[in-house]
Ligand binder design. Sequence first.
Ligand code: ADP
Ligand code: MG
Length: 566
Amino acid sequence: EINKETRGFETEAKQLLKLMIHSLYSNKEVFLRELISNASDAADKLRFEALSRPDIYEDDTDLKVVIDFDAEAGTVSISDNGIGMSREDVISNLGTIARSGTAQFLEALSGDQKKDSQLIGQFGVGFYSAFIVADSVEVLTRKAGASVSEGVHWASSGESDYTIESTEKTTRGTTVILHLREDSREFADSFRLKQIVKKYADHIAIPVMMPKPAEKDAEDAESTEQKPEFEAVNDAKALWTRPRSDVKPDEYEEFYKHISHDYEKPLGWSHNKVEGKLEYTSLLYVPTRAPFDLWNRDGVRGLKLYVQRVFIMDQAEQFLPLYLRFIKGVVDSNDISLNVSREILQKDPAVDSMRSALTKRALDMLSKLKKDDKDKYATFWREFGQVLKEGPGEDFSNRENISKLLMFNSTHAESKGQDQSLEDYIARMKPDQEKIYYLIADSEKAAKNSPHLEIFRKKGIEVLLMTDRIDEWLMSHLNEFDGKSLQDVTRGELDLGKLDDEAEKAEQEKREETFKPLLERVKTALGERIKESRVSHRLTDSPACLALDDDDMGAQMRRIMEASGQ
Ligand code: ADP
Ligand code: MG
């Protein structure tokens, strides 16, 4: 046939395929989740498209997924009446690497099988997961709105190429047919399939239909028909529309995997229905692991936006600030217009109020995680702490709440890495201590060996140790916490307030007199390189140290400026 062509997969697709089959072998059943997830996305896209083109429903408005199987032939099929694909869609979606994170994912691969299979866990597995259980896969599809003759048949054995040809397809949407591998025949079974649907796809908002087991002695006439009857095997209700008390933790977890393309469970979630001036439901999640593009300014972020249960767009960024870009979730609003665009979202005052409410929700969720589960919070902090540190500079109104979530390394004996909060520090402050002391250095080692700490050690005063690139910037926006000022121990004249005793102060003045000639000699010798030399009570062992003036730029900041050519 003329329209039949054989095409090679992109090299990346091949690589991905091989790796996936290998690393997911012990968890084969995920293929069904991925294919149902795609069918559900296709239904969402159809509904959205139909807002402006109602005719594409073609009188078939009952959106659903149908799973069928043939135990003898060893096949399983997953059909939907969603948006479908054109020939070009099929080539670009199933023949190349479509998703944005994929290329970065492949760059991150190390060749070490074990490490790489963990990587794949951070990344949705998608359509190709069909090849975990099938040695050949067929896709029959027709785009909504296209004519019957514009159907497409795609087939591949998942090695190096696929065929694509035009065909007739009477119904809109997509059917994926899996020809199961010898070792995966177990999936052509009603009980097994139903069990997987229950486990992974109960939250799917459209019905997932399966053949009803034949009842031999049924009395009604229908059962004598040839074709098997189909019944829904899931609840078919958008998960976020259900009352919180009805949703089980594993349902929340599966839903997270569906919307985030993440393979791991989330650390926590927050599900809320808001009524009043604005009406909306939100379901926010904290992921367990940072995505590859966390530091990429154009990286994937934002929530999935629904308006009155109709899917509108992915990655709606307007609902959360940049420093919470790791949060995933869904927001379903009753107040936003159905034909909203990204541009309109930016100007909508309803979106502004939702954004500030959702920001508070997200911070509350983190604060609850911190209170309830130390280990989970430590994981969160390791993955996303540096992003959260952008918060105090970005969001003045929530500064205090963000500050409570920050974790620091400290000179406190029990501190191992960034595991102390400002509240922990305050609880241990000396009776006369007025300030929170901190030190910024390039590394933990440099921080711990800094001569600036000598006096603090001697007096037993705790100092926070900061070594992240962003810390100086963070501290320039964090002058106070809980009524106490934060003091950089390397800056200016060190004033320990009431912690300095009177006798010491008198001693200090005497010393300043004695060493005046020495100070003058130091200043003459070092000239322009220093601003002044002082007698300090900072030191107990070291003879001298460098200190910054209160308004000087710190070393970190200076290096960033120098690197950018200023
Ligand atoms: P993802 O779902 O994360 O985009 P997949 O590998 O699962 O990645 O799917 C790749 C793309 O193929 C989808 O984005 C979609 O465009 C297309 N696709 C897959 N399955 C279907 C389907 N049942 N109906 C319509 N399009 C589909
Ligand atoms: Mg998918």
